[in-house]
Design a protein around this ligand. Sequence first.
Ligand code: HEC
Length: 412
Amino acid sequence: MLSAYLMEWGSMMLRWLHVITAIAWIGSSFFFIHLDASLRPAPDIPPGTGGRAWQVHGGGFYEMRKYMVAPAVMPAELTWHKWQSYWTWISGFFLLVWVYYAQSELYLIDPAVMQLSPLAAGAIGIAALAGGWLIYDWMCRSPLGKHDVWLGLIGFGYVVAASWAFASVFSGRGALIHTGALMATIMTANVFFNIMPGQRKVIAALTAGEKPDPKYGKAAKQRSTHNNYITLPVLFLMLSNHYPVTYANAAAIPLLVALVIVAGALIRHFFNIRHADHAKSPWWCWAVAILALWLAFWVAMSASPGGRERLGLKPREPGRPVLLAGMALPPAEVTNIVTGRCAMCHAPEPSWPGIQIAPKGVLLDGPEQIAIHARAIRSQAVMTHAMPPNNLSGMTAGERRVLAAWLAEKPR
Ligand code: HEC
């Protein structure tokens, strides 16, 4: 019993830390991108060697100055921005291990996709993150790295292909989180293996009284541009595992990932340009992003099992009177199905091995409980097949149709 509580609590603690550090990282990253874009020439800064921006915040005015590649002498005090990124990755990695590797039978392994042992599943996940970064890094250093647009397009195809590969070995949920984790690993590894070492070399040159080589600034700029454009898609992928409708169907995952990357990158692009010059705001980005998200909605909906049936169904007869309040008890057939397929986990004393408290506090062990959770049952077992997890208790399509028919009659 205690271990189940600790598992839940540990997951909560890690998630908390992860969200805090991610806010600190992405917040400072957005801030600097905005600052870079809003720099203007100043009379005492020669053109091409930096710029100046004024900002107002917290009861005072800030005068920000940027020196390209570095100031003439090393400043006495220097603040680095790197631990936000490192801690986001560290906490995220432990969260991945905690939720997806330590409880892989519930979240990561879908026997219908591939029969994996928990050890094999975890090993594949970790190897994919490390190997995925190495391939990306190699692409950036290869001759392809000299062509920003081609590198961007091929990198995009690479991530979509990775999501397809993940969906061929893991559950849909595991595939989306690993796609997000791969992109996030690339982001932090860019900081750790590329941007920071470059900055250290610049500082070493300054301290030695030499002129720093601008090539380090250039390489860092390419990597931080990638980081900038993938930020919003990564956040979508991190949140997607809380929404079964995004991962209900493995076949749809690569398309969904592609559309979300397009939308997220274009929204970033809009702000990148707008912050430099309001008059040039590329409004078309919003049009394409909204279209991509609208398509993503249809992809998710038409691919998710409940959505398919929904689209194929004849429209309900209009004006059908709603006779019962939300608390009406389900028919015996429904109660039998739910107690038979769900209550081994969703009961005060679950009998399923490894489950010691009803997941998410959802109890489904009697008609009253089933009526209370009617909406949740609809989203988890009819609209999508998220429950039972990986269909562990072997619910049949016919049983789902019985639930669907019952839920169709229930008021919202
Ligand atoms: C093998 C154990 C198991 C079985 C069987 C099972 N569930 Fe679950 N259920 C879980 C777990 C684990 C979670 C927590 C999932 C998460 O954190 O996303 C959960 C969560 C839920 C939630 C809450 C979802 C949320 O995110 O708020 C609902 C509702 C639910 N299950 C309904 C059902 C229904 C309906 C059935 C039967 C058709 C069922 N479950 C069968 C293990 C099970």
